[in-house]
Design a protein around this ligand. Structure first.
Ligand SMILES: [Zn+2]
Length: 244
């Protein structure tokens, strides 16, 4: 029976045993939103795997993917009408491996504008780019915006809360007191849970879908929320139906 567990940010294509995990996620009946980092990866995932009640793919354009070009963004725009979910997208001015700043800003603004207009769900990566992202999000006010793995300052967090963003939390965000104290400022009706597998660890082990319940348990303990599974389920249901 389904335990109502939702993983709102996972990368199936990053696992060597993706075929096995595709079957596992469906048999565990865990609702899982699989990110992709480029339109090419999205297309191959959709060709390889049927979407199911439990497993869906999001169309992505990841700022850390320095190989992406304007032409790839053209492909993104062509695939956009058929994609119900958008991610991973965002802004990253923190590492040398990223797309150039102008292209990032242009693409992210276009994506946010379109998602706000069409009321599509988007999962957003932000690193060292909070001011620019907040400016864009404030302009277009998308209703279904999930900030994944937030690492900014308390004042950035407050601005994103004021815009109405949701936040997907993972185990690595519980690793020290400073990070933990930020989590408790997020309104409980804006909390979602993610694994960001394979980029996170649970009790020192690389995330795999059978550990999702442990992720919930850990974060439930930190937030002192015994009903976290139910609350996240209701929050996810709300983000799917909310409109401006
Ligand atoms: Zn991710």
């Amino acid at each position: 029976m389904s335990k109502w567990l939702i993983d709102s940010h996972f990368h199936l294509d990053y696992y060597k045993n993706h075929a096995e995990l595709y079957r596992l996620i469906n048999s565990l009946e865990q609702y899982t939103l699989c990110m992709t980092n480029s339109p090419g990866v999205y297309l191959s995932c959709r060709r390889m795997y049927k979407e199911t009640t439990y497993l869906k793919f999001a169309l992505g354009f990841h700022p850390q993917n320095a190989e992406l070009s304007k032409r790839d963004f053209g492909d993104f725009l062509k695939l956009y009408p058929q994609a119900k979910y958008i991610g991973e997208v965002g802004l990253d001015f923190g590492s040398g491996r990223c797309l150039n700043r102008e292209l990032q800003l242009y693409c992210f603004e276009e994506i946010v504008k379109k998602c706000a207009l069409d009321n599509k769900l988007l999962s957003v990566h932000l690193r060292h780019s909070e001011n620019e992202a907040i400016q864009i999000l404030e302009t277009y006010k998308p209703c279904k915006c999930i900030i994944h793995w937030f690492t900014g300052s308390p004042s950035h967090l407050q601005k994103l809360i004021d815009i109405g963003c949701y936040f997907s939390l993972n185990c690595n965000m519980c690793s020290n007191q400073r990070k933990l104290s930020m989590l408790t400022h997020i309104p409980s009706d804006k909390i979602l849970i993610e694994s960001d597998g394979p980029f996170t660890k649970v009790d020192g082990r690389k995330f795999s879908p059978e550990m999702l319940e442990q992720v919930y348990k850990r974060i439930a303990m930190e937030l002192s929320d015994k009903e976290l599974i139910f609350h996240v389920y209701m929050n996810f249901k709300k983000i799917l139906t909310v409109s401006a």
